[in-house]
Design a protein around this ligand. Structure first.
Ligand code: ACO
Length: 364
C-alpha cells in the first residue's frame, strides 16, 4: 500500500525533471543564470532579441545572431497580424487574459514557417490586438523594422514610445524570459515530451502561467497597492490581510530563500528610467513593511519579494493596462518556452511520473 506523500513531495520541491543548458536558479544565493550569464549582467545591457538568440542557440546548437532574431521576429509579427481575422473571433467576450489563451490556441504549425519565431512574434501582436479590442479599436499593424519591445509598446498603446520606455520594457523582457523549471516551463516541457508540436506546448505553458501563484500575480499586486492607498494604511491593511490568512501577492517563492534577484533588477530599471508614473517610494514602503510582517509571522520560512512585485510597478508605469500583464509576461517567457520545448524534443524523454494511490482498493 502506498504512503501519503509529504508536502515537499507533492510539490516536487527540488526534484530535477530535465537537464538543461538554458537557465539556472540558485535559490540559496539568490542567483539566476540565463544561458551562461547572470540576469543582472543581461537586463539593460543585452536586448531581448540577443538573449532570445542565446536561448535558441543553446537549445539547438545553432549560431543565430541578434540581427537574425530581430528580422525573424519582425517578419513573424507581420504574418501574425495577417492572421488576426482568423484568431480574434474566438476571443470576443473574453477578458484579455482568457482571450489571449483562445488566440494562442488558434496558432498552428504551417510548413515553411519558423515555428519558434512564429510563436514569439505572434504573442505581442495578439496582446496588442486584445488591448485595442477592449478599447473598441482596431488592431495596430506591427512595424517589422523596430525592436520587439518597441513594437510591443506601439501595438499596445497606439503611440510611438520614448526610448527610455522601450529600454524599460526590453529590460523586463530580458529579466523574465526564462527561469529554470518554473510551473509554466514544466507544463511546456511535459507537452513537448509527448512530441506534440511547439504551438501545443506553449499553449500549455501560457495556461499554467495565468494562475495567481505564478504569472497572474502582478495585477493583484496593483490591486493591493490601490487598496492600501496611503502610508498610514500600510500597517493595518497588511496586518489584517495576514490575520485572515491571505497570501500577499509579489512575495514568497518556491525556490528562492533570499530575495529574488529579478526584483532588484526591475527595481533598478524603474529607478534608472525615472518613469513618471511609478510611485516607487510608496511601493518600497509597502514592500519593507510586508517583508518585516512576513518575517514576524513565519520566522522559519524566508518569504522575500519576488519578481512580480516590481513587475507590477514597472508595467503600470509604462501605462500597460493591468488586465494585460499576464499576456505581456508571456510575450517575454515565450522565448524560454520555445527554447525549452526544442531542448526537450532534442534531449529529453517522455515525462511520465507516477502517483501515490491513497484511495480505496477493491475487495480481495
Ligand atoms: N504571503 C503570505 N504567506 C505566504 C506567502 C505570501 N505571499 N507565501 C507563502 N506564505 C506562507 C504559506 O501560507 C505557508 O504558511 P503555513 O506554513 O503557515 O501554511 C508558508 O508561507 C510556506 O509556504 P509554502 O507552501 O512553502 O510556499 P510555496 O512554495 O508553496 O509557495 C508561492 C510559493 C506560490 C510563490 C507563494 O509564496 C505565494 O503564494 N506567493 C504569492 C503569489 C505570488 O507572488 N506569485 C508569484 C510567484 S513568482 C512567479 O511565479 C513568476
Amino acid at each position: 500500500m502506498n504512503m501519503h506523500l509529504t508536502k515537499s513531495q507533492i510539490g516536487l520541491d527540488g526534484v530535477p525533471a530535465a537537464e538543461t543548458v538554458l537557465s539556472h536558479v540558485d535559490g540559496e544565493r539568490g542567483e539566476l543564470v540565463i544561458a551562461g550569464e547572470r540576469v543582472g549582467d543581461l537586463a539593460g545591457k543585452a536586448s531581448f532579441e540577443s538573449v532570445t538568440a542565446r536561448l535558441w542557440n543553446s537549445a539547438m546548437g545553432t549560431s543565430l545572431t541578434e540581427a537574425d532574431v530581430r528580422a525573424a521576429l519582425g517578419a513573424a509579427r507581420v504574418r501574425a497580424f495577417a492572421r488576426l481575422p482568423d484568431l480574434l473571433p474566438a476571443t470576443r467576450g473574453l477578458s484579455i487574459v482568457d482571450g489571449f489563451r483562445a488566440a494562442v490556441a488558434g496558432l498552428r504549425a504551417e510548413s515553411g514557417l519558423d515555428h519558434k519565431a512564429a510563436i514569439v512574434g505572434a504573442f505581442p501582436v495578439i496582446a496588442g490586438a486584445l488591448v485595442q479590442q477592449a478599447n473598441g479599436n482596431p488592431p495596430i499593424a506591427p512595424d517589422p523594422n523596430t525592436s520587439h519591445a518597441a513594437d510591443t509598446l506601439r501595438m499596445l498603446l497606439g503611440a510611438k514610445p520614448e526610448p527610455r520606455e522601450v529600454a524599460g520594457l526590453d529590460a523586463y523582457f530580458v529579466t523574465v524570459c526564462d527561469h529554470g523549471m518554473n510551473a509554466s516551463t514544466f507544463a511546456t516541457r511535459v507537452v513537448a515530451s509527448t512530441q506534440a508540436d511547439l504551438f501545443a506546448a506553449v499553449t500549455a505553458g501560457y495556461c499554467a502561467l495565468t494562475g495567481p501563484l505564478h504569472g497572474g500575480a502582478p495585477e493583484p499586486v496593483l490591486e493591493m497597492l490601490d487598496a492600501i492607498g496611503t502610508r498610514e494604511r500600510i500597517k493595518p491593511w497588511v496586518d489584517d490581510a495576514l490575520a485572515r490568512g491571505e497570501r500577499l501577492m509579489g512575495f514568497g517563492h518556491r525556490v528562492y530563500r533570499v530575495r529574488d534577484p529579478r526584483a532588484d533588477v526591475l527595481k533598478a530599471a524603474i529607478e534608472r528610467l525615472a518613469i513618471d508614473g511609478a510611485d516607487l517610494p510608496f511601493a518600497s514602503e509597502v514592500e519593507s513593511y510586508i517583508r518585516a510582517a512576513l518575517r514576524a509571522k513565519n520566522p522559519n520560512r524566508p518569504l522575500e519579494t519576488n519578481v512580480e512585485f516590481f513587475t507590477a510597478i514597472l508595467l503600470d508605469a509604462l501605462a500597460i493596462p493591468r488586465q494585460a500583464f499576464t499576456p505581456i509576461f508571456a510575450v517575454a517567457r515565450a522565448a524560454g518556452w520555445t527554447a525549452h520545448a526544442l531542448e526537450q524534443r532534442r534531449t529529453g524523454r517522455l515525462i511520465r511520473p507516477s502517483s501515490s494511490y491513497v484511495g480505496r482498493m477493491p475487495a480481495a
